[in-house]
Write a protein that binds this ligand. Structure first.
Ligand code: F6R
Length: 259
């Protein structure tokens, strides 16, 4: 199963993941990151940008998890814009090394295969950062997604569109379709790091980590991965049956292991 780390605050989680990325960047400056958007990974990106002086991040490569279909890439909430604003600029990455799936309707038929090819050509994702939706999605793999799925177009659930309405202006529609790395794509990454903060995520986290493997909880796919780390705050840990054990295991983990 995944290693579960319960932390006091999102900033602590951000610092832990930033440590791991810095360690990897020192070892291999061309490390390939899988980049989530949304609010959850922001503490990681902030912690990393605070450490820019210590390590050269300019040669890191990155693949975003997903993109809305048909949303102008220049729209402030397109994931291309979000990745540029929250990741590329603050971390000083080379924009040419960071890819986001192509959500343009004219190219959408081939965009999934092209993205899979680009990930393959980069040698695969080394460390994949993940958030989780209140309906248990990772990437935009909504309930019912195949564990073998690759990058493709999905229809967002009403719940996800409601959750994401906060990013859009009043009266503006949240796009109905997205292009997302599949669960099969995500499972190929070397190390999965799933983050979740706040009570609204508690049920989804417990179902993903401790519930049965089911396409109805897409994040339960992480149980199939040999190296998955789940970092949650106390509120998101609320429903975890194994919380006492997870705390004990983390408290006694050898320092050299990191996450
Ligand atoms: C975003 C993504 C989604 C989000 C999830 C949680 O690239 O893939 O799975 O991680 O919807 O969103 P936040 O973090 O905004 O709660």
């Amino acid at each position: 199963m995944a290693e579960v780390v319960i932390v006091d605050a999102p900033e602590t989680a951000g610092a832990l993941v930033a440590d791991e990325i810095v360690r990897r960047a020192r070892q291999n400056p061309e490390t390939v990151l899988g980049l989530a958007t949304g609010s959850t990974p922001l503490p990681v990106y902030r912690a990393l940008s605070a450490r820019r002086a210590e390590v050269d991040l300019s040669r890191l490569r990155g693949f975003a998890l997903d993109e809305y279909v048909g949303l102008d890439p220049a729209h402030p909430e397109s994931y291309r814009s979000v990745i540029e604003r929250e990741v590329v600029v603050p971390l000083g990455l080379d924009a040419g090394r960071i890819r986001v799936p192509d959500g343009h309707p004219a190219r959408i038929r081939d965009a999934g295969e092209a993205y899979e090819g680009a990930i393959r050509d980069a040698g695969g994702v080394d460390l994949q950062i993940l958030g989780i939706g209140t309906d248990g999605h990772i990437g935009f793999n909504e309930p019912g997604s195949s564990f073998a799925s690759l990058t493709r177009v999905k229809t967002l659930t009403a719940q996800t569109r409601r959750d994401n309405a906060r990013f859009f202006a009043v009266g503006e529609e949240v796009p109905r379709h997205c292009i997302t790395q599949g669960l099969g794509t995500i499972l190929r990454a070397g190390h999965l790091v799933l983050l979740a903060f706040g009570e609204a995520k508690a049920a989804a986290v417990a179902a993903a980590v401790e519930g049965p493997l089911t396409a109805w909880v897409p994040a339960s796919a992480i149980q199939l991965h040999p190296r998955a780390t789940v970092i949650v705050d106390e509120a998101a840990a609320r429903d975890l049956r194994g919380a006492t054990y997870y705390r004990e295991a983390w408290a006694h983990k050898p320092d050299w292991q990191g996450i």
